[in-house]
Design a protein around this ligand. Sequence first.
Ligand SMILES: Cc1ncc(COP(=O)(O)O)c(C=O)c1O
Length: 457
Amino acid sequence: MTASAPARPSSPADHLWMHFTRMSAYAGQPVPTIERGEGCYIWDTDGKRYLDALSGLFVVQAGHGREELAQAAAAQARKLAFFPVWSYAHPTAIELADRLAAAAPGDLNKVFFSTGGGEAVETAWKVAKQYFRLTGRPGKYKVISRAIAYHGTTQGALSITGVPPFKAPFEPLVPGSVRVPNTNFYRAPEFVADDEKAFGRWAADQVEQAILMEGADTVAAVFVEPVQNAGGCFPPPPGYFERLRQICDAHDVLLVSDEVICAYGRLGTMFGAQKFGYQPDIITSAKGLTSGYSPLGAAIISEKIFEPFATGETTFAHGYTFGGHPVSCAVALANLDIFESEDLLGNVLRREADFRVTLNRLLDLPIVGDVRGDGFFFGIEMVKDKATKETFTAAESERILRGFVSPALFERGLYCRADDRGDTVVQVAPPLISDQAVFDEIESVLRSVFTDAWAML
Ligand SMILES: Cc1ncc(COP(=O)(O)O)c(C=O)c1O
């Protein structure tokens, strides 16, 4: 730090470089600063309360302020604050791996811990590459993923990510990553626009087309989310995953289910693949595993993929100092205890239809084009014209979404996400402990902000 005067007015966050943040917007401006949480609510440093309708960032499944999770972290830190899982193990990592293997579908029995989601995605791609080398097909290294899908920011995960403006400043990225259409039925091509099943078949077949175009002997894996987040919650059309599994089997391509958001109850099942009945080769996960009380990610890998790593001198030369951190593993175990004792999955399954019905009420507003999602994970798409589905221009999105909707939601006490990585959407994903009162509050604030946004058009 120098003694010279700052070139711009000072801000409370002069030294904090916030993630994915246009920092100029905060020059000399107050930064919204959250200091406390309890249940589904958070409070800022002025004592103002907000409904956390995004679970932090799709993370705080069990809600804020859980004493038992804080206790689990403290107890583990006292007993063994740190030890790596590099050639050694510690009891909480072993126990958590057992528990995840038991909960994961089929033969997904090997758990490779990371500290977050992007690292789990990196891990999965590297596992896939080495698996094919070990089994005599070293040319299979490419990955296929879907347009607008977000898979993380490290350079491998960013290569898999399908949001061009996030990638452009960092090109060239890791070679061998190919995009296919996503499952946005609201904007399906005309020839399948009135038949969800046909759309699902078409969307899955695009993956096969990409595999054939690249050459099946060059493709290692397909990365897909059960419900795609970026773009605003695209659920899979009927038959999509069944067909995708067939395609992957036919071409010997691994199916990676990126469940960094959809695992751990977001859709009402422990893993998203279980909600839609498909069997991945690898699940990548993070976020809700600890409800955010400590960072942790996990790639959960099938016995079949692990097998060639289990013999001779083979090593998977990959890892993270803090992957499988003892405190995080202890917190995850306590978090999974809460899932059981409070039946969080059951709460989501029992209430998801009511959540949908409550949000669907917004469809009476002229600016709301679509409400879509699953479990406690929904996107509401804003349009200029419901009949034509016309979306906002970049300038309108800047003025309406960034300039008004986003700050107005927060000012009116709702923390959620307004997003234009694809079309213009607002996303809601409240803690898994939410009830009808929470849904009503979300709907009521969204209604008032959307009504005012329409008046600005
Ligand atoms: C589907 C998906 N994959 C990967 C990531 C990256 O996770 P992290 O931010 O923990 O690295 C995210 C983050 O939101 C995600 O939604």
